[in-house]
Design a protein around this ligand. Structure first.
Ligand code: KG4
Ligand code: ZN
Length: 355
């Protein structure tokens, strides 16, 4: 049995998790900063970074207690190194490096986007690549092929806004505040998408675009002006949601036809959306097996980082650029040649799929 400690601080969730063999969640403690950023209508990076630092020690204690584990039981520490907010990433990586040095444990830096795919491996412990993934989060709407562990090829992405960003902006226009996606989801459940339809974005190939749809909603609200009713807002939320979801799935459908993989993963914060969850199952149908992580593993969490860190780290003995083993430790992860402290992890806020 191998125990991985995961740390996630890339945006506005602070999370610490313990995962066994990269597949079984023993604890996954998440602190959302929603209340901190609410009055500003969005994430304030400076406040976010400071809050991560303040919360991490307590979350670490809770995660260890929840798993019934002690620092000595840990075999690997996995921390998000990007993409994300620079100051926030630095806090997580700094704490990860501090713990690795203090406890003499190996440390690995994890790509946050990979984490979103690996969340599905926690939901289904027998899930293996090759797979086709759709990662929809606050900053990404990416279609990826994953031929094997730790290898990703982007085959589709957005030209402008990400799906989550579009939901957040639409929610703000509808006066729903922050965080927008979940609020828009709730309002859409009470509306009728057919009453005030909005255009569905359509670009050739596997590209997405959501900025035109956002403008269409803005103009519709401007036309309605002060006469806008609560029912209008609910109908427009439903119409907006339908256009985003159908656009996301139209390309997933095309990608699956082009690249018939046996497994499909839809994940990231937006994969918590009610309509997307329903419709993805219908669109994929019997062509492939669809895995959508449960809600708490769709939005940002450290369990997915632990899973990705464990399942993609170099095998025992090999030390990669973001992976080090302090001289004192001799674990199943091998010993660092020459010993010494783990090499520092490079934080990369703009990291793409290739790490
Ligand atoms: O993956 P995530 O937690 O953080 C990033 O890596 O960005 O995704 C956050 C995004 C936000 O834009 C949020 O509004 C959206 O996911 N989101 C939702 C729902 N829950 C979260 N969007 C639509 N419906 C939801 N239920
Ligand atoms: Zn995320």
């Amino acid at each position: 049995m191998t125990l991985t400690l995961g740390i996630e601080t890339s945006c506005d969730e602070t999370s610490v998790a313990l995962v066994e063999d990269g597949r079984h969640v023993l604890s996954n403690v998440i602190h959302s900063q929603v209340d901190l950023h609410k009055e500003f209508g969005g994430v304030v990076p400076e406040l976010a970074a400071r809050d991560h630092l303040e919360r991490l020690p307590q979350l670490l204690d809770l995660a260890l207690a929840g798993a019934g584990a002690k620092p000595n039981d840990i075999d690997l520490i996995a921390v998000t190194r990007g993409p994300g907010l620079a100051g926030c990433l630095l806090v997580g990586v700094g704490v990860g490096e501090g713990l690795a040095a203090a406890w003499a444990k190996p440390l690995t830096g994890v790509n946050h986007l990979w984490g979103h795919i690996y969340a599905a491996m926690l939901a289904r412990t027998d899930l293996e690549p090759p797979l086709l993934g759709l990662v929809v989060s606050g900053a990404h709407s990416d279609l990826v092929r994953m031929p094997e562990h730790g290898r990703f090829e982007v085959i589709g992405r957005t030209r402008d806004d990400a799906a989550g960003e579009a939901f957040d902006k639409a929610a703000r226009m509808l006066g729903l505040g922050y965080p927008g996606g979940p609020a828009l989801d709730r309002l859409a459940r009470t509306g009728d998408a057919r009453r005030q339809p909005l255009p569905q974005p359509s670009l050739p190939g596997l590209e997405y675009s959501f900025s035109g749809l956002k403008t269409a909603l803005l103009y519709r609200l401007r036309d309605l002006g002060d006469a806008v009713t609560e029912r209008d807002k609910a109908d427009l939320a439903a119409a907006f949601e339908r256009s985003v979801v159908e656009s996301l799935l139209e390309k997933l459908d095309a990608a699956l036809t082009e690249h018939p993989y046996p497994e499909v993963v839809v994940s990231g914060g937006v994969a918590a959306n009610t309509l997307l969850r329903q419709r993805a199952a219908e669109v994929v149908g019997a062509r492939a097996r669809l895995t959508m992580p449960p809600l708490e593993l769709c939005t940002d969490n450290a369990a997915m980082i632990a899973a990705a860190g464990f399942l993609t780290s170099p095998p025992a003995g090999e030390v990669g650029p973001t992976f080090g083993v302090p001289a004192k430790s001799k674990t199943s992860w091998g010993e660092a040649p020459g010993g010494g402290a783990p090499p520092p992890i490079t934080v990369d806020p703009s990291l793409g799929w290739q790490s």
